[in-house]
Design a protein around this ligand. Structure first.
Ligand SMILES: NC(=O)c1ccc[n+]([C@@H]2O[C@H](COP(=O)([O-])OP(=O)(O)OC[C@H]3O[C@@H](n4cnc5c(N)ncnc54)[C@H](OP(=O)(O)O)[C@@H]3O)[C@@H](O)[C@H]2O)c1
Length: 305
């Protein structure tokens, strides 16, 4: 990296991992309320695979003339602050950058972000682990907001994909709201799911008061909700049609620095799991995409610029 440029992962013609390029772009100075961060770690999420494959371009959600930036969550160190920002350079932070249609991303050496969207990483939590929290921790917390408090003692929630990034957090956070949680996951995930304090199944029958669909089973997940129950999905671009009086919500994760601070603190204390599958250099981003596409990984692939 020269002083005036930095490296980032970008997509020009989205045809999958082979179309990811590492390009040099000019350094951007933070404006009012913004900070510039040197990225230490940035995890790869399912949404990144979709962006690289062109799924969201095809839906008309991305209209970048030159390039699309990859990456939603990150951790790093503040290196410059704009006017009105109360953070010192050198502070360790993590955050979520949302939205599909952008020419920058977190899979980069640097990033300019809004200060309210980031949180200080607590001492005792390393930046690799911290980078896995923002997108999926916030998605889960905001999904549980949509579920709300359990309507009565013993209300039963099924979390599909309970061993996944979103699902694992939902299993933990929904219990705080009074839900009796059962996790639907693969047979090999039983110890992890039970370790979060939930019941476990590999094959759920219908009849749940609520289903949180971390595995994106969609209509199959909705069919597991009892008449008049609640379904919360994870795919905003494909909301299942409500049926049998079931209330259908879909979460759209959005940045929330204060909430993220709480999730990071709970990760640092060990209350929430920190799950890293592998750490790879940014140059190997295409390999990380290919490996993730095979499924079965538990914890994130984390890129180090
Ligand atoms: N709307 C939003 O704001 C938002 C935010 C974050 C994520 N998401 C979406 O949420 C979904 C989950 O993301 P994630 O990062 O948690 O993915 P993930 O870590 O890959 O978790 C998905 C889990 O579901 C499991 N699974 C899939 N089908 C299953 C089945 N039939 N039975 C049991 N388990 C099954 C997977 O197991 P295997 O690996 O063994 O297949 C995996 O453990 C993705 O679709 C993602 O795009 C949405």
């Amino acid at each position: 990296m020269s002083n005036s440029t930095f490296r980032m992962a970008a997509i020009r013609t989205p045809t999958g991992p082979d179309s990811i390029e590492i390009i040099d772009v000019p350094v951007v100075e933070p404006g009012p309320g913004e900070v510039r961060v040197t990225v230490a770690a940035a995890s790869v999420n399912p949404v990144d695979l979709g962006v690289a494959r062109g799924i969201f371009h095809a839906m008309g959600l991305i209209n970048q003339p030159e390039r699309t930036g990859l990456g939603w969550d990150f951790s790093g160190t503040v290196v410059a602050t704009g006017p009105g920002v109360d953070l010192s350079t050198g502070t360790r932070v993590a955050g979520l950058v949302d939205g599909f249609d952008r020419d920058f991303g977190t899979h980069a050496e640097q990033l300019v972000v809004r200060a309210p969207d980031i949180a200080v990483v607590p001492d005792g939590l390393d930046l690799i682990a911290a980078s896995t929290v923002p997108l999926n921790g916030l998605a889960a917390a905001q999904l549980v907001d949509l579920l709300g408090d359990a309507p009565s003692d013993g209300s039963r929630l099924l979390v599909t994909g309970a061993a996944g990034a979103v699902g694992g957090y939902v299993v933990s956070l929904a219990q705080d709201r009074g839900w009796q949680v059962t996790g639907l996951a693969r047979a090999g995930d039983e110890e992890f799911v039970r370790g979060l304090g939930a019941e476990f199944t590999t094959n759920a029958e219908p009849g749940w008061d609520a289903v949180a669909d971390g595995a994106a089973l969609q209509e199959r997940g909705l069919a597991l909700v009892r008449d008049g129950g609640v379904f919360v999905g994870v795919q905003p671009s494909a909301e299942p049609t409500a049926e049998r009086g079931v209330t259908v919500h879909v979460v759209v994760a959005h940045p929330d620095g204060a909430r993220l601070g709480d999730l990071l603190a709970r990760t640092a204390s060990g209350e929430l799991p920190a799950r890293v599958h592998a750490v790879m250099p940014l140059d190997q981003i295409a390999e990380a995409h290919r490996a993730m596409a095979k499924g079965g990984a538990r914890g994130r692939y984390v890129l180090k610029p």
